[in-house]
Design a protein around this ligand. Structure first.
Ligand code: 26V
Length: 824
């Protein structure tokens, strides 16, 4: 929104009008929430013109190919502030509101965080949408409009308590209901083969099914300063009312109620599991629901714009499947092409396999989706038939290529052991398989998906993840953003490679001082938030050492807190020892049923309670667990961090994206050679990071050949032993000896499956403690630290999601940029 289109006075009037028409109030009488709504509607009004213009431009450019990014999760975070940034109207709106006596920050705080995602995978999808729009690429995001998003986390007596996230409670101003595009989605029943009476064609028909109406809600995705507004389309489920009445007339009241319930249940809640597959039927319903609706809409749009020749589909459309969750798109597209469009199997396969591409986001075995055939074939009988046929044809190929080698089938077939293996289906059916960081892709090729790689190497490629600097710097860290712009201009906002122009400034003392002053101000901002939310006083002069991410054993928050316990023991024993004050900051949600993860949260909070209240250590260590870690407070946390903890067991973290957000904000990485950390170090240099611990090859060697015994380490390192024993002696449990029994056992008990200390916490403990010493040493040297911090910001150019998207476009999607012009 440049000044010509955006006029302060008009905007003020719009806000006042909105308060009046929405609430019949004067602005002075309106609540903060009502003002948020009024402001958001005024902003949406500005967006709508660009939205229309963009869709018109795409329509005019019929050659414009479109990517459909299919994802069960979009972790969008708040829209208001971000939209203003991308409309380049943030400052003007802030001023306009100031003049009305309103505070934009406070108004932004009224917005619920749309949290339709768990963590990395969902946030990546959101960053991708931002980049696609900013880079002028035609794109749709397709997902589910969950009534309840990621749960809100409350901490009670140190324990995590989950509360529902009713994000739609007040009405969400940035969505648009589109009932005219509703689609029917069918479940269950049986499949009958018949000749179509009109055409005489063979046909499969599903009968005795239940169905729901999928109603799309569209959210605008505003590109930065380019008038592009793409669409995130999320589907709501409603009962099919005609059918309901019909059933009612026939006295089939039961059926009507069932359809009502089915609809309500499907979109009720986001599964708050990250990296753990549970085989829940409702989850499969969710997957099929949004995929079927999206594909029906996609085909209808294609036919409207390009006519009925579906062989052109791969030229106009590419479907990117965000993990295996949306891979049911493959058989569903086959179904629609064969049963609704009357294509032959061969033609349908040609189209489908040139349209679908798959991204893998994890090698954790427990996250792999493998549906029991029983459940699957009952819920989706026709889809199951199609999968059988895909599998049959593939098995034939494998047999021809590797005669007599059943090992190959055991690894690669789709249907095996009574299960439908979704990853296998995606790899076999799509034209592209990508990992999300170099190391991750190599592990896929050489370990997890070795057989597939050998059989079809041309499909495999890497796309290292990225993040959007618009949200995580321009919006989240305005002080640093303004400073960078003053120094090197604002080109970095859409071209992050330009941030490298800061490199010469690391030798400029004045620049370094200013950079660190900004960090300090951001630390004060976070300290204030911590004081308000945790009641804990933290010193902004201490080192802010931060680990924020989902709680998972492989991410090793336990390693971090055990090290804190170790430091505390040392300080107690040697009060005279030199020690630079540290604030250890954690933020993490645990999946509701993940016992060890929840115990870790309790442990962190208990350690915090003991240490923070121990006057004898003079506040040298503080431990803070930030409640309800989410996108909105993340923005503030990254800006304030000194140290970025990225300490997963090497090989386990596919990429990580938090690591990049810290780097962008000038926090060096303390981490293992895992995921994208490897590439971060490549960019910033070993001297500007703190790397420790086992490498992935070593981890994989132990996993394949055994030979690791944590007990040996336990008995050979008395300080570490003491820390682990403190889990059982009541030190952090008011004398309770059982509170952390599960954690203790996970580290030492040889009865643990498949082995004790699965994630090599004991093995990496000393190397971690030593790396932490190096951090302290570096921080004491102000000159050195400020150089390091600045170098991290200056070297993060590669990690913008703009670069990632350009690579997807170049290697997989083959899209073309579309300019949108709007009269001003
Ligand atoms: C998996 C499952 C399994 C079934 C139940 C529900 C559920 C929900 C989400 C997931 C996704 C797990 C995969 C994931 O989030 N991977 C993360 O992806 C990030 C973006 O590529 C990457 O940076 C992280 O390293 C990776 O852990």
């Amino acid at each position: 929104m440049n000044s010509k289109r955006f006029d302060k006075e008009t905007f003020k009037e719009a806000v006042k009008d909105n308060v009046k028409t929405l609430y019949r109030k004067k602005i002075e009488e309106a609540s903060q929430q009502q003002i948020f709504q009024a402001v958001s509607y005024a902003v949406k009004e500005q967006i709508i013109d660009d939205w229309l213009a963009t869709q018109e431009a795409y329509y005019q450019k019929k050659e414009a190919k479109m990517v459909y990014y299919m994802s069960m999760e979009f972790l969008m975070g708040r829209a208001l502030g971000n939209n203003l940034i991308n409309l380049t109207a943030y400052t003007e709106v802030k001023e306009a509101l100031d003049e009305m006596g309103l505070d934009l920050n406070a108004i932004e705080d009224q917005e619920p965080d749309p949290a339709l995602g768990n963590g990395g995978l969902g946030r990546l999808a959101a960053c991708f949408l931002d980049s696609l729009a900013t880079l002028n690429y035609p794109a749709y995001g397709c997902g589910i409009r969950y009534r309840y998003g990621m749960f809100k986390q409350r901490i009670k007596d140190g324990y995590q308590v989950e509360a529902p996230d009713n994000w739609l409670k007040e009405g969400y101003p940035f969505e648009l209901r589109r009932p005219e595009y509703a689609k029917e989605v069918r479940f269950g029943g049986s499949v009958r083969f018949e000749k179509d009476p009109e055409t005489g064609r063979d046909k499969f028909v599903q009968e005795g099914y239940e169905s729901v109406r999928a109603v799309p809600y569209d959210m605008p995705i505003v590109g930065y300063g380019n008038h592009v507004v793409n669409t995130l389309r999320i589907w709501d489920a409603e009962a099919i009312t005609d059918f309901q009445l019909d059933s009612f007339d026939r006295g089939d009241y039961h059926k009507a109620v069932e359809q009502e319930n089915l609809a309500k249940n499907i979109v009720e809640v986001l599964y708050p599991n990250d990296n753990h597959y549970a085989g829940k039927e409702l989850r499969l319903k969710q997957q099929y629901f949004f995929i079927s609706a999206s594909l029906q809409a996609l085909l209808a749009k294609f036919k409207r714009e390009h006519g009925n020749d579906l062989s052109k589909l791969p030229d106009k459309v590419v479907i990117q499947m965000n993990d295996t969750h949306p891979t049911i798109a493959v058989p569903e597209l086959m179904h629609l092409l064969i049963d609704e469009e009357y294509l032959s199997w061969e033609d349908a396969w040609e189209i489908t396999s040139k349209t679908c591409a798959y991204t893998n986001h994890t090698i954790m075995a427990e996250a792999l989706e493998k549906w029991p055939i029983d459940l699957f074939s009952k819920l989706l009988p026709r889809i199951y038939q199609i999968i059988q046929e895909i599998d049959r044809r593939f098995v034939e190929k494998v047999r021809a290529k590797y005669p007599g080698n059943d090992e190959k089938l055991k690894k690669m077939a789709i249907l095996w052991d009574g299960q439908v293996r979704m990853a296998n289906m995606a790899i076999i059916s799509g034209f592209s398989v990508n990992g999300v960081a170099q190391l991750h892709t190599e592990i896929l090729k050489n370990q997890e998906l070795k057989d597939f790689y050998e059989m079809m190497p041309e499909k495999f490629n890497n796309k290292t993840n990225g993040i959007t600097q618009r949200r995580f710097l321009a919006h989240g860290n305005p002080l640093l953003a303004d400073w960078i712009t003053a120094r090197i201009g604002d080109g970095w906002i859409t071209d992050l490679s330009q941030i490298a122009r800061l490199k010469p400034l690391v030798n400029d003392e004045q620049a370094r001082r200013e950079f660190m002053q900004i960090k300090h101000k951001n630390k004060i901002r976070l300290a204030k938030y911590i004081k308000e939310h945790n009641g804990i006083e933290v010193d902004p002069h201490s080192i802010f050492d931060v680990q924020v991410k989902r709680l998972h054993e492989y991410k090793r928050q336990l390693l971090n807190i055990l090290h804190v316990m170790y430091l505390y023991n040392q300080i107690k024993e040697h009060p005279e020892m030199s020690f630079y004050p540290r604030t250890f900051i954690f933020g993490a949600k645990a999946a509701a049923g993940y016992q060890r993860a929840k115990e870790t949260i309790k442990l962190i909070n208990s350690v915090a309670e003991v240490i923070n209240n121990d006057r004898s250590i003079n506040g040298k260590i503080k431990v803070v667990f930030i409640e309800d870690y989410r996108v909105s407070n993340a923005e503030m946390i990254f800006a304030a961090a000194d140290v970025s903890e990225q300490i997963s067991t090497a090989s386990k973290e596919a990429s990580g994206t938090g690591n990049m957000k810290f780097m962008l904000n000038g926090a060096p990485t303390l981490g293992t050679m895992d995921g994208a950390n490897v590439e971060i170090v490549e960019e910033v240099g070993m001297d500007n990071a703190f790397i420790f611990g086992m490498r992935s090859e070593e981890v994989i060697r132990y996993e394949n050949h055994g030979g690791y015994n944590p007990i040996d380490i336990y008995f050979s390192d008395w300080e570490l032993k003491r820390v682990i024993d403190q889990l059982m002696d009541g030190t952090y449990a008011h004398g309770d000896h059982n509170m952390y029994k599960n954690l203790y056992n996970s580290l030492l008990n040889t009865q643990c499956t498949p082995r004790a200390d699965m994630y090599f916490i004991l093995k990496d403990f000393r190397p971690y403690a030593e790396a932490q010493k190096r951090v302290e040493e570096a921080y004491r040297d102000e000159h050195r630290w400020s150089r390091m911090a600045m170098m991290n910001t200056a070297c993060c150019g590669k990690f913008t999601s703009d670069r990632t998207i350009e690579e997807y476009v170049r290697d997989i999607w083959k899209l073309h940029k579309v300019e949108v012009t709007v009269e001003e």
